[in-house]
Design a binder for this molecule. Structure first.
Ligand SMILES: [Zn+2]
Length: 107
């Protein structure tokens, strides 16, 4: 497994998520001009915020997982299941490079 390539992928994804996170935080603070909207529009925006906050959580979780994966690469422990200590199959890591658990522990 090409750890350098994996690390590159993870770092790129982390940078993407960080950019998106900053944009979302700005939106949630209402700094994108939506406070100028009338009330009905604001209700719609509030509903949208709930969706966005959810996304935000998912993005945050993924960012934490990616940072943990990068640390595991540094420590030479990449691809080891955090729960059972077994190897995470390379195929799984190709799909989900920041996977913390092997398939059976995930289930
Ligand atoms: Zn496991």
């Amino acid at each position: 497994m090409d750890l350098q390539a994996v690390q590159g992928r993870l770092e790129k994804r982390l940078a993407e998520l960080t950019r998106r996170d900053a944009a979302l935080a700005k939106h949630l603070r209402g700094q994108d001009g939506r406070n100028d909207q009338d009330f009905e529009d604001r209700v719609a925006f509030t509903e949208m915020d709930e969706v966005i906050e959810q996304l935000d959580d998912n993005a945050r979780t993924e960012m934490v997982d990616i940072q943990a994966a990068l640390k595991r690469i540094q420590a030479g422990e990449y691809g080891i299941c955090e729960s059972c200590g077994g190897d995470i199959p390379e195929k799984r890591l190709e799909i989900l490079p920041h996977a913390r658990l092997c398939v059976s522990c995930q289930e």
